[in-house]
Structures are given as C-alpha cells and as structure tokens.
Design a protein around this ligand. Structure first.
Ligand SMILES: Nc1nc2c(ncn2[C@@H]2O[C@H](COP(=O)(O)OP(=O)(O)OP(=O)(O)O)[C@@H](O)[C@H]2O)c(=O)[nH]1
Ligand SMILES: [Mg+2]
Length: 237
C-alpha cells in the first residue's frame, strides 16, 4: 500500500485484507502529514517504510515494490489505502497469478457500471475513457482502463521491467503498464466496485491534466518504440 495521508481510511482497508493468504503487508508512507504511520503500527502492518521526504506517488510505489521483492514475494498486489477499492478481490486476483493463468491482473472500475455509480467525477470518467481508447489504439491492447489503483503482479513481471527508472509522479502507474505490455505479458481484468468520497480523493483537475498528458506521451512513445523509430530508456533498460 503506497500511503499518503491515509490515516482515516487505512484501518478499514487493512481490515479487509485476507490475511490467510496474504503473508506480508508492506506500507510505504510518503511523508504524510497525518497519523498514517501511527495507525499502520497500531493495526499491525508488518513492513512500514517511511520516506523522510515526499517523493510522490510513483516514488512511493518504487519503495513498495522494491521492499516486496526484497522480502521474497511471489505475487505482489498494490492497493491504495484510501478504501476506494475493496481488498476482498485479492484472493481472485492472486488466484489467477498463482495458477499461471495471467501474470498481471488489474481491478477495473470501468468493466461493468460501477465507476459513475460509485461517484467518479464525470470529467474523470470521460478522461479515463478517452485516454483508454487512445492508449489501446497506440499500444494495440484491449483494456477497459489503465488508471486503477488496484493491481496484481507476479514477481517475474516486476523483475522484468525497470520500474525504478520511471517517473516519481502519478504517471508512474501508466509507464509501468506500458512496460508490461511492451514485454508481451498478458494482462487480465476483474470488475471492481469503486467508491469516491472526500477522504479518498485528492487529485485536482490540474494534477489530473498533467497525468493525462503523461499518458498520451507514454502511448505515443510506446508506439514509436514498437515500430523502431525510437529507443527510449522506458522500454529498453
Ligand atoms: N506519494 C504520494 N501519494 C499521493 C500524493 N497525492 C495523492 N497520493 C496518492 O495517490 C493515490 C491516488 O490519489 P487519489 O486522491 O486517491 O486520486 P483520486 O481522485 O481518488 O483518483 P483515482 O483514485 O485515481 O481515481 C492515493 O492513494 C493517494 O494517497 C502525493 O503527493 N504523494
Ligand atoms: Mg483515490
């Protein structure tokens, strides 16, 4: 769980994690200004990594995945601790990976009709649909969305991509999916109910727009690399 000011929602998220199959829980705190670390300690998160400076959403995830691999994870599932995504899908997602059906599974808010019903702002919904269409065309994929905060990876996937050289900002997530597709790994999707509420949603229009432009860049860069016109570090390191 890459955490940033998640004190109000962390315990609820943690309480739904199926600890019968989840061996280790890693939380990285990106210099939250609230009690995220205290809450994490109190509820018994096994591995708490504390950033001394705020590195950003991508930088926070790098620490998270690095730690997960270091402690020997075979399957790594990232879920936002803001309780927008229920950890009750963890068994299903892990099952697909451990049974070698798929090496990567995304929990999609767009498969089904849950996103708008769950309160996703209409501008985010439209942007999500547009960016997804654009990215599917440029990357020759057929995903329902690339923007979920709930993702499962096999160890092999994480080891095959150089996520540490990605952006420290939100576009990290998208670069990672681009790298996974570039390497030819197949991605599965499961439907995921989503809820938007005040404590869980902080990204404003400006940050979302910067992210959107980043997604367009990743998609076009992917295409140019695939046809051999570019050799970007993102896909070739
Ligand atoms: N490390 C870090 N994480 C952040 C920062 N701002 C937001 N986050 C995290 O990024 C994730 C996405 O941000 P949200 O505020 O949930 O975004 P949202 O508006 O709900 O949009 P989606 O969840 O992406 O649909 C959450 O897990 C936040 O905790 C930041 O400055 N640094
Ligand atoms: Mg959120």
């Amino acid at each position: 769980m890459p955490a940033y000011n998640a004190a109000k929602t962390l315990e609820k998220t943690f309480s739904e994690i199926p600890l019968d199959i989840v061996d280790e829980v890693v939380l990285t705190d990106d210099k939250s200004s609230d009690d995220t670390i205290e809450v994490a300690r109190r509820i018994g998160v096994n591995h708490i990594i504390v950033h001394e400076v705020n590195t950003g959403y991508g930088g926070n995830q790098k620490s998270c995945y690095n730690k997960a691999l270091e402690i020997g994870a075979d399957v790594v599932i990232m879920v936002h601790p803001d309780y927008q995504y229920t950890p009750k899908l963890i068994q299903s997602m892990a099952y697909l990976i451990t049974n070698d059906v798929y090496p990567c599974v995304l929990a999609s808010r767009i498969l089904g009709k849950g996103a708008l019903r769950g309160g996703m702002p209409i501008y985010k919904y439209i942007a999500n649909r547009f960016l997804t269409l654009f990215q599917n065309i440029f990357m020759n994929q057929k995903l329902s969305e690339y923007h979920t905060g709930y993702r499962a990876f096999s160890k092999e996937v994480l080891e095959a991509i150089n996520y540490n050289q990605n952006s420290d900002d939100f576009v990290f997530d998208n670069e990672m999916l681009g790298q996974i597709c570039y390497k030819g790994f197949e991605i599965a999707e499961v439907t995921c109910p989503t809820k938007y509420f005040e404590e869980a949603s902080s990204i404003n229009f400006k940050r979302s727009s910067i992210y959107g432009l980043g997604v367009l860049r990743v998609s076009v860069t992917y295409f140019l690399n695939k046809i051999g016109l570019l050799k970007s570090k993102l896909f070739h390191s």
